[in-house]
Design a protein around this ligand. Structure first.
Ligand SMILES: Nc1ncnc2c1ncn2[C@@H]1O[C@H](COP(=O)(O)OP(=O)(O)OP(=O)(O)O)[C@@H](O)[C@H]1O
Length: 261
């Protein structure tokens, strides 16, 4: 089974150090892992560093696979290629790092992901003419069609409506289990992390705060410290944990004369 371990990763843009000392225990396939952190914490940068788009210190270890391209990365905004149809854009993603000749199995894979994501009706549309949510679904298709063992997805639900958010996270949870993939999703919705993720990584100001089983990592204390919000985590009537946000946590600056309190 695939496993990914980060050791002391760092990354910088120019002279600006954005990530440092990011380490994890081995994260094994079969799990959906939520990557959590406030705006500008370094989540996208961490994905770029793991995927090899950014140089930096430290090591990314991948074991348990002989795939030449074990990792796929879905960026926050996959941009658009107005000259391609949706089908062609997904096929192009499939061929990256493979070979020049398109084989029947490549077309079969494109058909498979169109079907899995229920976006077959978009196949002939111009990839540049899609809505934000449709573009996000195409981005997911472009990552899945590469048949990765490790899938990094940067806020894959941010542009989706409520039912599609649930569909997407349910699908990722199922794919992780059925195909023993390691799927890491950056999320802003901590409630979704509690509901869907087996494990969670929390980063803040470019540092790893916690990494482990979701129930151990996502606590009211962590939410207060990292997200500056007072919240409770309580089981809903069906027994699953949910986040109940009460208010913004008081900050030292709020206590100064003229501050919020
Ligand atoms: N291409 C870049 N050049 C210079 N600085 C960058 C670049 N991309 C990101 N940064 C900076 O790196 C820091 C981390 O950004 P990053 O996009 O990784 O955060 P994030 O956790 O994904 O944020 P968000 O939740 O807002 O998407 C920020 O201070 C950001 O301004």
């Amino acid at each position: 089974m695939v496993s990914l371990q980060l050791q002391d990763l760092g990354a910088a843009y120019g002279g600006n150090q954005v990530l440092s000392g990011i380490s994890t225990p081995p994260l094994t396939g079969g799990q959906l892992v939520a990557l959590l952190g406030p705006n500008a914490a370094g989540k996208s940068t961490l994905f770029r560093r793991i995927f090899g788009l950014l140089p930096g210190s430290g090591t990314v270890h991948i074991d348990g696979t002989d795939s030449p391209n074990p990792i796929a990365y879905m960026p926050q905004d996959n941009g658009s290629r107005p000259v391609l149809s949706v089908y062609e854009a997904i096929l192009l993603a499939r061929m990256q790092g493979r070979r020049l000749k398109v084989l029947p199995e490549d077309h079969a894979e494109v058909e498979r992901v169109l079907d899995v994501l229920d976006i077959g009706h978009l196949r002939s549309r111009n990839a540049g003419d899609l809505s934000g949510g449709q573009r996000q679904m195409i981005g997911a298709a472009q990552a899945l069609v590469q048949n990765p063992r490790v899938l990094l997805m940067d806020e894959p639900t941010s542009a989706l409506d409520l039912s599609r958010q649930i569909d997407m996270l349910t699908l990722l949870q199922r794919l992780a289990k059925e195909q023993e993939l390691l799927i890491i999703v950056a999320l802003h919705d901590i409630g979704y992390a509690l509901r869907f993720a087996d494990a969670a990584m929390v980063i803040d100001k470019g540092r790893m705060i916690a990494c482990g089983p979701t129930a151990e990592v996502v606590t009211a204390e962590m939410v207060r410290e990292v997200f500056e919000v007072e919240a409770r985590i309580e089981p809903c009537s069906k027994g699953s944990p949910q986040l109940i946000v009460e208010r913004r946590a008081a900050q030292p600056s709020d206590l100064r004369p003229g501050g919020m309190l």
